[in-house]
Design a protein around this ligand. Structure first.
Ligand code: KIV
Ligand code: ZN
Length: 511
């Protein structure tokens, strides 16, 4: 008998909490469309109370995504639960996910609440959530460091109050697979009524054990796994969806379990999340890293040529990595371009396709072969423009050996157009100083990363910029044949995100 393990994707909530991974509404919706194609059971679309932007993104996802359940996070506080209920109310399938901390250290120092009060609030939260939706998930934050008998008490009461899913997060990534599995088994065997609800695992990767811990949870009775694409998330991240799904898939006999994930969509989803968040996937990352299926050693290559399975436990095609790529060029028409967008996981409006197609044609005039990565870069440039405040109209940089470079830039904001010139230590510095002057403030540059999107000197340059403001990071990315233009685009995009994010001061989520 194979158990169905529900996949609860929290890329748009816990994943978005990773520094620099914040996304705008259009970007979140784009990912949600792809998560739907991937076949996830539940999308945690955000934390409605945390900001206006989160609320609106959840609302948009609830309106446009039809197959998965749409969920919002909420603290065990009435106002949070009300916001979550409002944000998801258009969804066909709705879930409210409410949580409260249960470990002694969190209850004493963070919540400053007695254990009895924590139970009372948890029960009240579940009951209030039940007044809006049938499907209510309750999480014991920092369950991994909580007293297991206290967990029995709070879970017993919250299940009585109507929770349909109970989640046991290892919030700080402290557990080992053996301990975590035993905890899940203990709760499964001890909590009255737990056999009627889903037991969910939510593991963080601080010790690199999140996938192992989640799998141990599954072996011991969990029926839902919370995870993110590429494992993004708070600090070291969460269980990576692609890892948990492929482990269950490749080792079916061991786990006696399956998921509804369309595994051929995995690679595409990973690329999309990486493109949108600017969070680069490490080359040796399991399943989706550039080297995950590359065989370098001669002895391995020899074995592969004789019999693939000598060194390959799964086929790259099973996760959607295809060896034959349809390469576009200057003779490709709108139809081929639209097909390629679909293949890469983008869902654009007609206007979006037109804009991107125009840019594709311009690039194809300068570059013989347009790779998938070039198209991803073009589309992510376009998507970022959605909420922009500033647009680049023109850039001119003069750079001579022995002289300080200077940049003249024209930015447009609404109908207003401003041109300024400034010097810098280098060309990029000159560009950034000029932009700062136009915008009227200096931004704190935290990261500046440049890479070629494909090989060759005619490759598109892709620049990722991270700006820091207080404790928040804003990521911008820009791609262009010219690295200076890409640098300017990335910087302006990060500024636009930062300005849009201002005033929407996120509440201290206490996560
Ligand atoms: O890690 C955690 O405890 C969480 C909860 C809010 C589920 O993300
Ligand atoms: Zn978490």
């Amino acid at each position: 008998m194979s158990t169905h393990i529900k996949i609860f994707d929290t890329t748009l909530r816990d994943g978005e909490q990773s520094p620099g991974c914040s996304m705008n509404l259009e970007e979140k919706l784009e990912i949600a469309y792809q998560l739907e194609r991937l076949g996830v059971d539940i999308i945690e679309a955000g934390f409605a109370m945390s900001s206006r932007g989160d609320f609106e993104a959840i609302e948009a996802i609830a309106t446009h995504i039809h197959t998965p359940t749409i969920c919002s996070l909420a603290r065990a506080i009435k106002a949070d639960i009300q916001a979550a209920a409002d944000a998801i109310k258009k969804a066909k399938r709705q879930r409210i996910h409410t949580f409260i901390a249960t470990s002694p250290i969190h209850m004493e120092y963070k919540l400053k609440m007695s254990p009895e009060k924590v139970i009372e609030n948890a029960v009240g939260a579940v009951q209030f959530a039940k007044s809006f939706v049938q499907d209510v998930e309750f999480s014991c934050e920092d369950a991994g460091r909580s007293d297991k008998h206290f967990l029995v008490k709070i879970l017993t009461e919250t299940i009585k109050a109507g929770a349909t899913v109970v989640n046991i997060p290892d919030t700080v990534g402290y557990q080992t697979p053996e301990e975590y599995g035993q905890l899940i088994r203990f709760l499964k065997e001890t909590v009255p009524g737990i056999d009627k609800v889903d037991i969910s695992v939510h593991c963080h990767d601080d010790l690199g054990l999140s996938t192992a811990n989640a799998l141990s949870g599954v072996l011991n009775g969990a029926t839902q796994v919370e995870c993110t694409i590429n494992g993004i998330g708070e600090r070291a991240g969460n269980t990576a969806l692609e890892e948990i799904v492929m482990a269950l898939n490749v080792r079916k006999a061991t786990y006696q379990a399956h998921t509804n994930i369309v595994t051929k969509e995995i690679f595409k989803t990973s690329r999309l999340v990486s493109t949108i968040t600017g969070s680069v996937v490490q080359t040796n990352k399991a399943i989706v890293g550039a080297n995950a299926f590359a065989h370098e050693a001669g002895i391995h290559q020899d074995g592969m040529l004789k019999m693939r399975q000598t060194y390959e436990i799964m086929e790259p095609e099973s996760v959607g990595i295809s060896s034959t790529k349809l390469v576009l060029g200057k003779h490709s028409g709108r139809h081929a371009f639209t097909d390629k967008l679909k293949e890469l996981g983008f869902t654009l409006t007609d206007a979006g396709i037109n804009k991107s197609f125009e840019e594709f044609k311009q690039l194809a005039d300068k570059k013989k072969e347009i790779a998938d990565e070039d198209i991803e870069a073009i589309v992510s440039n376009k998507m970022a423009i959605g909420e922009d405040l500033f647009h680049i109209e023109d850039i001119e940089v003069i750079s001579k050996i022995g002289q300080k470079p200077n940049a003249t830039i024209t930015l447009k904001k609404g109908s207003e157009q401003v041109t300024k010139t400034a010097e810098g230590a280098g060309s990029v510095d000159a560009i950034y100083k000029t932009i700062d002057e136009i915008v009227g403030e200096e931004f704190q540059l935290k990261d500046y990363i440049v890479q070629g999107v494909t090989g060759g000197t005619d490759a598109l340059a892709e620049v990722v910029v991270r700006l820091q403001e207080k404790k928040r990071t804003f990521t911008g990315r820009g791609a262009a044949l010219d690295v200076l233009e890409a640098s300017a685009k990335a910087y302006v995009m990060a500024i636009n995100k930062l300005l849009a994010g201002r005033g929407i001061e996120r509440i201290k989520a206490q996560l």
